[in-house]
Design a binder for this molecule. Structure first.
Ligand code: SF4
Ligand code: SF4
Length: 80
């Protein structure tokens, strides 16, 4: 299964969201300023910066600890 099949993109109120179906991480990429706080803080190396915004590198290793959600200064990340 390719990475592309793990993600689907939705458009809501002109905001771009990236949805990782396995771990339920939503990232409002338009509000991300690539500070890398979430990528450094994640204990499982789930997140990465691609094209100047945060994206999910490997949703299968997310433990839903919500550290990324707490550390993001722009409230870009929601983990369900
Ligand atoms: S919820 Fe935890 S494990 Fe999952 S991406 Fe965020 S910091 Fe990483
Ligand atoms: S902490 Fe927030 S603003 Fe910083 S890279 Fe991660 S998602 Fe983007």
């Amino acid at each position: 299964m390719g990475l592309g099949s793990l993600f689907k993109r939705n458009k809501k109120d002109s905001k771009k969201e990236e949805v990782a179906e396995d771990c339920h991480i939503d990232i409002k990429t338009e509000e991300c300023d690539s500070c890398e706080k979430c990528t450094i803080a994640c204990p499982n190396n789930v997140l990465q910066i691609v094209d100047e915004s945060c994206s999910v590198r490997d949703p299968q290793v997310c433990k839903s600890c919500k550290v990324c959600m707490a550390i993001c200064p722009n409230d870009c990340i929601t983990v369900n």
